[in-house]
Design a protein around this ligand. Structure first.
Ligand code: ADP
Ligand code: ZN
Length: 715
């Protein structure tokens, strides 16, 4: 019988089911047809060519521009028991020779190669000798000058199809737009290719927008709920990354900053430490992330507003690539919009370009200010129709309500009018709330009729509403005059009562969080990563193993795999391999060490006589059994019935533990019980009562079950 793609998925990758489109794509490739695959980051593109590579004879050549990633990708494959290697400038020439040799003698299933290496020297001539069965072109948008990441060296790939007309090509990318898509097909000469476009939805990403006040404080309380979890904070400026990193460092977090102004060796070091879980948090500009394949990034925070939705989606997409739930937070305030608008206006771009940038910024603003499901906004941006609200964004969890805020607006606007449009946000709030501080008294603002008219709202409420008023154009802001507020035609209409204003009801952050926690407690997603004590133990074992192999921890096991292991507590080979992400090779390499850790943990945490879920009670019995005690003694030690101990041992045996069941029963009893059982055709999983009675209640249920188990094993 031949091995199927499902077998390969289970045996090598340890997964039970394909994700959407993976199976269709693999079938297409196996039929030697060209194809183009569009899937979001973390969608699972790799298995689309790795499984065909395993199933086909010959070598799959993977072309990728991300040299820094090749080592980890190859290590991951090897970790799954798949022969792979890479060729790029980071290898010495003798190492390269070695790889070429392996390719030549057919030892490799996959070879990762950088495009510039592919076209250097006579690599192409070698390819002819290597029995290439598939070309996989990763990040294939790099071939198009329409894409956001054009790389001239990719252009040479155009000749691939002419030189190897019979070798199928699979091109993969996470970039969606149509122009680029068409261009990829054209450039690669695979116009007839079948195109697969998967949904860009990343349902495991929780989307949140928080008001951009007291950001550091909010981040700190966020981090308290994400202890030890890797994450990225994106800031607008280099300076910003340094300040934010500093304040988190002072608060005791494991953090580093990263931006293009750092020397390159420093940047590589920070990146490496982050990959290896030696640093938990990176505060970075957008320079960070390209070519980061870390699958266990659990959260991404945007300290400032990104310039457009594409960048935003790409950046939050770096969280949760392993499919486990991950959090994203965008801080938003009207100042961020103004800063971005300024940046565009002051840039060297043409007027046309500026208009485009403003339009893109505007879409980002719409996302941030949305009062409908945020995921719907994101996906509609990528031209995906969505039927339902997602339930995993802050708007879905806290549905927004609008109310008539004309009076609120009039109070704020009259505060601006009475001070001759010379005040900014904080002074306006102080006047409205009636604070008698020094600045107010100096200016005599306490004598204004507006003084204190807004004392019924808290400062943060005013800040929120004034921000909303600004965003809706109810007034202007002069950022060249110390951000003072100015009235416009719209403001005057509101003041005269000619126009109504609606605002979105403010929900205090604390209340919001309480509500969200209550909800998330109720609807805890199945795959949620539960970081209990055992998880932490397993995580530190994973780290030790990864360090010994000099690979990032997620190359050993993903967070999702680790979490499932901590919950199911597998102690046998079969149980371990049933954990998602553990194939045969992973088991061979790490299985026993992790089982030992689980057993050790169980022993430290069980009191004799207590019943513990998840098979720990079995483990304790097993330990005593291995120590050579008889069933009777084990029962006494554990303060349990002999029949219970017997049932443990039977279960352990069924789970594959080396237990000599026959030694637990004498021959005569065995014969008597099994003969009686055959007489009335009773098997071990039937109700045993009739047999118990037939045997005149001489043997207990444990002995009966034991005899029947042995009998059926021997059948
Ligand atoms: P991409 O290259 O599209 O960004 P990857 O190929 O790296 O994504 O896959 C992302 C993660 O999803 C990896 O950890 C991978 O092992 C996992 N994965 C892929 N296919 C499956 C599947 N069918 N079931 C479970 N996990 C999968
Ligand atoms: Zn939603």
């Amino acid at each position: 019988m031949s091995i199927t793609k499902e077998d390969v998925l289970k045996r090598y990758f340890g997964y039970d089911n394909f994700r959407p489109l993976q199976a269709e794509i693999i079938d297409t490739v196996l039929q030697n047809q060209d194809c183009l695959v569009l899937m979001p980051t973390g969608g699972g593109k790799s298995v689309c060519f790795q499984i065909p590579a395993i199933l086909k004879n010959g070598l799959t050549v993977v072309i990728s521009p991300l040299i820094a990633l090749m080592k980890d990708q190859v290590e991951t494959l090897k970790g799954n028991g798949i022969n792979a290697a890479f060729l790029n400038s980071s290898l010495s020439s003798s190492e390269q020779d070695q790889v070429m040799w392996q390719a030549k003698i057919g030892e490799l299933k996959l070879l990762y190669i950088a495009p510039e290496r592919l076209f250097a020297g006579n690599t192409f001539e070698y390819l002819r000798e290597w029995n290439v069965s598939l070309f996989a072109i990763d990040e294939s948008h790099c071939i198009s000058s329409w894409g956001h990441d054009f790389r001239p060296e990719y252009r040479q790939l155009s000749s691939l199809k002419q030189r190897f007309p019979n070798v199928p090509v699979i091109a993969l990318t996470a970039t969606a737009d149509r122009v680029t898509r068409r261009d990829i097909l054209k450039q690669l000469g695979i116009e007839q290719a079948e195109t697969f476009v998967s949904s860009f939805d990343r349902p495991n990403l929780n989307l949140n927008v928080l008001p951009g006040r007291k950001r550091i404080q909010q981040i700190q309380s966020f981090l308290k709920k994400h202890i030890g979890q890797a994450g990225i904070i994106y800031c607008l400026s280099r300076k910003g990354t340094e300040t934010v990193a500093k304040s988190l460092e002072n608060a005791g977090f494991s953090v580093a900053f990263y931006h293009a102004g750092l020397p390159s060796d420093e940047r590589s070091l920070v990146q490496e430490q982050f990959l290896k879980d030696d640093i938990q948090i990176i505060v970075a500009t957008i320079a960070f992330g390209m070519g980061i394949d870390k699958s266990n990034v659990r959260w991404v925070i945007h300290y400032n507003l990104p310039s457009n939705v594409e960048s935003f989606y790409q950046e939050i997409g770096r969280a949760g690539r392993d499919g486990s739930p991950s959090d994203t937070v965008l801080f938003y305030s009207y100042m961020d919009i103004i800063t971005r608008q300024d940046m565009i206006n002051n840039s060297e771009q043409s007027e046309e370009q500026k208009e485009l940038l403003h339009a893109k910024l505007n879409r980002m603003k719409q996302y941030a200010e949305a009062d409908i499901c945020r995921r719907r906004i994101l996906l509609s941006y990528f031209n995906e129709a969505v039927e339902q609200d997602c339930g995993n964004c802050d708007v879905c969890r806290n549905p927004r309500t609008r109310f008539d805020a004309t009076v609120i607006a009039q109070k704020a606007l009259s505060g601006i009018a009475r001070t001759n449009q010379k005040i900014a946000m904080s002074m306006l709030i102080d006047i409205l709330r009636g604070s008698r501080n020094r600045a107010i008294m100096q200016h005599g603002y306490d004598r204004l009729p507006t003084f204190g008219v807004g004392h019924d709202l808290r400062g943060e409420e005013w800040a929120e509403y004034i921000g909303q008023l600004l965003n809706s154009g109810a007034m202007d802001i002069a950022y060249d005059e110390a951000h003072t507020f100015k009235l416009n035609a719209f403001s005057r209409q509101i003041l005269k009562g000619e126009r109504k204003v609606e605002l979105v009801k403010f929900i205090p952050i604390a209340e919001r969080k309480a509500k969200e926690e209550e909800l998330s407690f109720r609807e805890k997603p199945k795959q949620e990563i539960i970081r209990d004590e055992l998880f932490e133990r397993l995580r530190s074992l994973r780290k030790q193993m990864a360090d010994a192999l000099n690979v990032p921890p997620y190359v050993v096991f993903s967070d999702a795999t680790l979490s499932e292991m901590a919950q199911k507590r597998p102690i046998t080979e079969a149980q371990m391999k049933a954990v998602s992400g553990i194939g045969a090779e992973k088991y061979r390499r790490y299985g026993q060490a992790f089982i030992n850790e689980i057993v050790m943990f169980a022993k430290e945490n069980t009191q004799p006589g207590t019943r513990v879920v998840n098979g720990l009670t079995y483990l304790e019995t097993f330990e005593l059994y291995k120590a050579g005690y008889s069933v009777k003694v084990i029962a006494e030690k554990r303060n349990l019935q002999s029949v219970t101990i017997l049932s443990h041992l039977i279960k352990l045996k069924e789970d594959g533990h080396p237990i000599d069941l026959k030694a637990l029963i004498d021959d005569k009893s065995y014969q008597t019980i099994t003969r009686a059982a055959q007489e009335i055709s009773i098997r071990k999983n039937d109700t045993l009562k009739p047999l118990f009675e037939l045997l005149n209640e001489v043997y207990d249920y444990g002995q009966i079950k034991l005899a029947l188990t042995i009998m059926e094993e021997e059948l």
